[in-house]
Structures are given as structure tokens and as C-alpha cells.
Design a protein around this ligand. Structure first.
Ligand code: DGJ
Length: 715
């Protein structure tokens, strides 16, 4: 018996020398795990056995296999048996390595389970070793596989599209195979996020139900597959997408999968988010030791119309309003007919536009530094416009079958990073800027299209290696940049939501959550995102009203109150704000400093969903329960709607908390002159955790797009 336990999550395998490895349990920690081995049900001889821990095609399964191989002799069936295992103690948990060997071919599979005791998280990955001399064809190699005994299942996942990322979907599982995947080659998480919840039995709620979390820490093409078999069991797996991605592993070679990260809760989906967030914040995220400061970005304020004078103004305004960084977005490069004055030209020509910035960028970066600001720069390194010098010089560098006409999207083509010349060029450009302008403290790495015509002029034995080679080169570039410039922060932008995965987040400090900055729609987008990703990596900006994506008009307070639930930023021209708005913004940015530690490190409790209620609310509670921040946003207003008080969670009921409203507005007077009660029913008061959790907070909201942010501190 192999008992892999992480906190309250357990996987039990039955391992006997020379037999196939079985998975007999995945779920809560059992007090006597040997019982499930001793009493596992016998399988009728005429029925198919499906409890393999890692089913390989040819080894006794007709369901979706975890792996499938094509041998040099043309055979397609493999047959792996348990060989040995070892456990190594590591910080925070253990690493289990279980070795399986094929009965004929010199092949081994090592199933690796990395446990994280404090977070009830198990990371699974696989190492394939080809010990023979011949090439091995790999059709599929999942990172992880779990079998869940059947009682009916519900699946929850995140899907969407541009400016509508991470909508929450839930469905009841029926027999058959349900696949979530991406074939986009890069920015592979925009339409579907590589994460899902499986609830055993009925649909789970925030506080009830048995729930498994699955997410893939991989930025390239990915796949999660859930198959309900003929017995009603659920076979769940995840890994790189095998679609058009056959690999050849030469004799003596190996292939390592990315990581499937699993967790479990017996008390609904709330703990799943908290477990993932703690794991991410403590051990996974690049930003766990260095947060991105509140920033001002030039995009929605200036679009392509940037120039030296305007940026000086931005920098001065940024300093005056109290942010910690200014980011120069798109539009600063290319020259002559290739100048980046719109999205039609310039990508690839990463030289500063001398007409717009006669003195270059360094003086601006220095000016920012003198004013106590970091300086950030936007680039889209993987792309090229046909209207550019780079494309004219290197038409063979693009992603495309060279026998076909290239297909543009947003007037741009992609560069094949898998081509070593391209990889070297991109590294040189980025590394060059970071050396030339050492004041740069942040790179916004954009990526505004996906692969729709894969392959390139680069010679490959088969272009099916394209996707992996591209991704590996991308990761190598960012890894090298981080080694060379450890003080620089990186944002994975990708049109918003396109690189929102833990493969990227090991390297990038945050992601741009969505190009949609309308606070109303952001509440939904961030609600879904928060299911798996913590607030510290969720960039969220206050922009002008009416909103540029939806045309919706919302008060500045609402925009701040929503943006403040992620990594706060501003994306407008402060010089176009009224004095009153600037004063409000300055104060809000200062107050954000107070709530940021609990927001970034605390536990998330979703109190009322925007999908179910006109009043959405969530809160973060510090791990010692001494501080909390509560957000409430009115989604729509119908006279007569009444909202039950919002009962808080996660507080220590024996503590007393001072309750303070952040960004308060002065009391309102209605048009007939009546003074309306203020948002909260208590101000400057100390209330017990017990009152707050059992009676809750009453919000008095009178108009659509009202909101409140409340900071609680134990006295
Ligand atoms: C898409 C990004 O998501 C935006 O924030 C902005 O950087 C534009 N690209 C610039 O072209």
C-alpha cells in the first residue's frame, strides 16, 4: 500500500511487485487505509477493470488513457507494471516517486506525487524514460490521473472570451468524456482556464459538498479530461494537449510532464480556493516575495498617442496621485512608415520612436525614479506586423506553414520562438532594454493573438513538436531574464486572461485579468478568477467613465471599490480628472496600503455571488484572523429589492473588531431634501466577531453601482 497524504487529502495506491498499480482511494483521509485495500471489490471477469493509477494504452483499458505510445517496431500496446517506489522528505511535505516498467520494452514511467501538508495539495507529474536505443513515439502523456468512485458528479469550470474571461459554468456529469482544452499555442487560457472543480454527488456550495480541485501548471496547449465510465466512476486527468503534438523520444532520452495540481475539500468549494491561494502565496508564485505596486498605465489614457511630453505629464501625475509605478504601454516604438501609431505597424521593431521620444526613454525612466516611482515598459515580444522592418528582413521567422499565405490577426503575425535565431533575437531585445535602462522595474509582456496556422519554416522532423518547442523557448527566455534582472517584475498580459495559469505564474508576478475594465463586468470576471488564483496576481485598474469597453457609466468610488479587490492600478489620464476625483483617488490609493497585506495574503470567503444576488460580496481574512477586508458591490437596483445583511465568515467570534469604511462618501441627501442614512449602520464602533458572523452587516445602498469596502481590525 502506498498512502500519499497531504493535509486532509489522501490518495491510496495498491502496489505489488510485478502487478499493475491500482488507485483505490482519492478523497478524505481514512483512519484505517488498509481496509480499502483489503476489501476492494472483486471485478467480474467479464467486466473491464478501471482502477489503474495511470492507465496506459494497451495495458488493459479502453477508456481515455493517461499515456499512449508508438513503438519502433510498429506496435501500439504498452503494459506497465509496478517496479519500485521511494519517498523523500521535502520542505512542507514529501515527494513520492513510483516507478513503473513495461514488461517488454526498456521503458519506465515514474509517477511523482509532491505533497504539501499545510495546503492539502498534491502536485502530480510524470517522467518517461526511454532506456532503449530506438526512438519512441509518444502520442499522449498526462501529468496526472485520478479515479473517483461514483456517486454522480458535477463539474465547475471557467470559460469565456476576450473581455469576458472566466465565466463560471457548472454542469452535471453524464456518461462519456468531457474535455476542456486549449489548442491556441500561446495565451492558452483566454477561452478556457486550465482548472476545474469536481463535486462528488450534488453540486457543491461555498460551505458544503465534497469537492476536488484540478489545475494544470502549464502555459502551453493543455487538456483536462473527465470521463464517467460504465460503472459511474469518474476518471480525471490533465496534461499537455496531445492534439497534433506527437513526440519522438530518442533512445536514452526522457520526457517530463508539467504538473497537475490537485486538492480536496469535504466542506464545499470555499476551502478549495483557500488551499490553492495559500499554496500559491506561500510556495508557488513569483510574486510571493515581491508584490507589484499600485501603478498608472498609459493605455486607456493615451492609446497609441504617447510621446515624451505626455509621458512626463503622466509621470508627474502618477507621483502626485501617490502610485508606486508608471507603465508606458503600446505606441513607443517603430519609425517612419513602420511607426507604431496604430495596431497596423511596428511590432518587432523594438527601437524607440525618435519623433515621439527624441531623448529616448531613459530620461523618462530617470524622471520616474527621481519621483520615487518604478518605470514599467510594454512589449509584445512574440509578434511582428507585416508592416515592419523585422518582417521584411526575416519573413521566414513567422509561425505558418511556409507553403501557405500567412493569416494575420489584429494585423499581426507570430514569431516562431522554437527557432533558436528568434529566441536569441527576443532575448537580446529585452535583455538589451533592461541593461540600457536599468531604471526599468517592470515589463508588461503582451501577446495579442494565438496560433491559428501552426508550424514554421524551421526544419523539424515533424511540426508536431512546434507547440512544445515554442513554449519551452518562451519559458527559457523569461527564466533567463529573471536570472539576469532579478529586481524586474513581469506581468503576463496576453490581451487579458491569456496567460492565467500557474505555469506562467511561477515566472510572472501577475497577470492582466481582462481588457474589460468595466467594474460591473469585472466583478464577474474576478469572481471566477478568484476560484483558483489569489488577488495578489489579479491586476485590476480604475479607468475612465463611460467605460471604453461597455460604455457603462459608473461612479469613481465603484470603480475603485472593485479594482481594490485585486492589485490596484489606474489606467486613465489623471490630468483629465476633476480636483475632487483626484483627491478621492489619492486617498483611496493611500487606504489601499492598509488593506493590501490582508487582501494579498489572507483567506478568501465568497459571501454572496453576483450570479445569484443583486448584492455581491466577498471578504479576505488574515491568517491570524485579526484583520479582514469586506467588499460589497450592488450589481443592479430595483426599488423594493431588499438585501439580507451579509454575514461575515472566517473571523474569530471571540475577538472584537473595529469596523472602518474605506472610501466613504459623505451622507447623501435625496432630491426632496431628505437626509439618507449612511452606508453602514455603525461607524467608529467595535463589534464582536460573533455579531458580525451571525447578524452580519446591513448595507444601505440607494443607487445602482453603489459599493462599500470595510476594513476590520481586532482590538
Ligand atoms: C492588449 C492589452 O491587454 C492592453 O492592456 C494593451 O496593452 C494593448 N494590448 C496594447 O496594444
Amino acid at each position: 500500500m502506498i498512502n500519499i497524504t497531504a493535509g486532509n487529502f489522501q490518495i491510496i495506491l495498491c502496489a505489488e511487485q510485478g502487478r499493475k498499480l491500482e488507485m483505490v482511494h482519492a478523497g478524505p483521509v481514512l483512519s484505517a487505509p488498509e481496509e480499502v485495500i483489503a476489501h476492494r471489490p472483486a471485478v467480474f471477469p467479464w467486466l473491464n477493470k478501471t482502477d489503474w493509477a495511470y492507465p496506459v494504452w494497451g495495458g488493459g483499458t479502453f477508456h481515455e488513457p493517461a499515456a499512449a505510445f508508438l513503438f519502433h517496431d510498429g506496435q501500439i500496446g504498452a503494459d506497465f507494471f509496478y517496479d519500485s517506489h521511494r519517498r523523500t522528505e521535502l520542505e512542507g511535505g514529501s515527494l513520492w516517486e513510483i516507478r513503473l516498467k513495461d514488461s517488454h520494452y526498456p521503458l519506465s514511467l515514474t509517477l511523482c506525487y509532491r505533497t504539501w501538508e499545510n495546503y492539502s495539495v498534491i502536485e502530480q507529474s510524470v517522467l518517461l524514460e526511454n532506456g532503449g536505443e530506438e526512438d519512441l513515439g509518444v502520442k499522449q502523456l498526462a501529468s496526472g490521473f485520478v479515479r473517483l468512485r461514483g456517486e454522480g458528479f458535477h463539474l465547475t469550470h471557467l470559460a469565456g472570451s476576450w473581455a469576458d474571461e472566466n465565466r463560471l459554468f457548472e454542469e452535471k456529469m453524464d456518461r462519456g468524456l468531457r474535455i476542456f482544452d486549449s489548442r491556441e499555442g500561446c495565451r492558452t487560457t483566454r477561452h478556457q482556464n486550465p482548472a476545474a472543480l469536481v463535486s462528488r454527488g450534488d453540486s457543491s456550495t461555498e460551505m458544503a459538498g465534497e469537492v476536488f480541485g484540478f489545475l494544470l501548471a502549464w502555459d502551453g496547449n493543455w487538456r483536462l479530461a473527465f470521463e464517467m465510465d460504465d460503472k459511474g466512476d469518474l476518471l480525471a486527468q490533465g496534461g499537455m494537449n496531445p492534439f497534433m503534438a506527437d513526440e519522438i523520444v530518442p533512445g536514452g532520452g526522457e520526457l517530463r510532464s508539467p504538473t497537475l495540481v490537485m486538492t480536496w475539500s469535504g466542506e464545499g468549494r470555499g476551502p478549495i480556493s483557500r488551499q490553492y491561494h495559500r499554496w500559491a502565496n506561500d510556495v508557488k508564485l513569483a510574486s510571493r516575495e515581491c508584490d507589484v505596486p499600485v501603478l498608472l498605465n498609459s493605455w486607456e489614457g493615451a492609446y497609441f498617442g504617447v510621446n515624451g511630453e505626455l509621458i512626463e505629464q503622466f509621470i508627474d501625475d502618477a507621483a502626485e496621485i501617490g502610485v508606486g509605478m508608471f507603465v508606458l504601454d503600446d505606441g513607443w516604438f517603430g519609425s517612419g512608415e513602420d511607426a507604431r501609431n496604430s495596431d497596423k505597424a511596428g511590432l518587432g521593431d523594438w527601437e524607440v520612436n525618435g519623433e515621439k521620444f527624441p531623448a529616448g526613454l531613459r530620461p523618462l525612466a530617470k524622471r520616474a525614479g527621481e519621483k520615487g516611482l518604478k518605470f514599467g515598459l510594454w512589449l509584445e515580444p512574440e509578434m511582428v506586423n507585416p508592416q515592419s522592418r523585422l518582417y521584411r528582413d526575416h519573413p521566414d521567422w513567422i509561425v505558418n506553414n511556409p507553403h501557405h499565405q500567412p493569416l494575420t490577426e489584429r494585423f499581426q503575425l507570430m514569431l516562431d520562438l522554437g527557432n533558436p535565431e528568434v529566441e536569441a533575437y527576443i532575448l537580446k531585445v529585452l535583455d538589451g532594454y533592461l541593461r540600457e535602462i536599468p531604471e526599468i522595474g517592470y515589463i508588461k509582456w503582451d501577446c495579442n493573438r494565438q496560433v491559428t496556422s501552426p508550424g514554421s519554416a524551421r526544419e523539424r522532423r515533424s511540426q508536431t513538436a512546434f507547440y512544445r518547442e515554442y513554449e519551452e523557448a518562451f519559458l527559457r527566455i523569461i527564466d533567463r531574464l529573471r536570472i539576469n534582472h532579478p529586481h524586474v517584475l513581469f506581468q503576463a498580459c496576453a490581451s487579458g486572461g491569456g496567460r492565467m495559469n500557474y505555469g506562467a505564474l511561477e515566472r510572472f508576478h501577475e497577470f492582466w485579468t481582462s481588457d474589460n475594465t468595466d467594474p460591473y463586468q469585472r466583478i464577474f470576471i474576478q469572481w471566477g478568477t478568484g476560484l483558483f488564483y489569489p488577488s495578489r496576481c489579479m491586476a485590476s485598474h480604475v479607468t475612465a467613465s463611460p467605460n471604453h469597453q461597455t460604455g457603462r457609466e459608473t461612479p469613481l468610488k465603484y470603480r475603485f471599490d472593485v479594482a481594490m479587490s485585486g492589485r490596484l492600478g489606474l489606467e486613465l489620464q489623471p490630468s483629465r480628472m476633476t480636483e475632487e476625483e483626484r483627491v478621492f483617488s489619492k486617498k483611496a490609493i493611500r487606504e489601499y496600503g492598509k488593506i493590501q497585506p490582508v487582501l494579498f495574503n489572507g483567506d478568501l470567503y465568497r459571501l454572496r455571488s453576483p450570479y445569484d444576488s443583486p448584492l455581491a460580496s466577498l471578504m479576505y481574512v488574515s491568517r491570524d484572523r485579526k484583520e479582514a477586508v469586506l467588499f460589497a458591490w450592488l450589481m443592479k437596483r430595483l426599488v423594493g429589492d431588499s438585501y439580507a445583511p451579509v454575514k461575515l465568515q472566517g473571523l474569530d467570534e471571540s475577538f472584537s473588531y473595529r469596523v472602518e469604511e474605506i472610501n466613504p462618501l459623505p451622507p447623501k441627501v435625496d432630491p426632496s431634501g431628505i437626509q439618507l442614512p449612511r452606508t453602514l449602520t455603525f461607524y467608529d464602533q467595535i463589534l464582536s466577531g460573533s455579531y458580525l458572523c451571525h447578524f452580519g452587516v446591513d448595507f444601505q445602498f440607494y443607487t445602482e453601482y453603489s459599493s462599500a469596502v470595510v476594513y476590520l481590525k481586532a482590538e
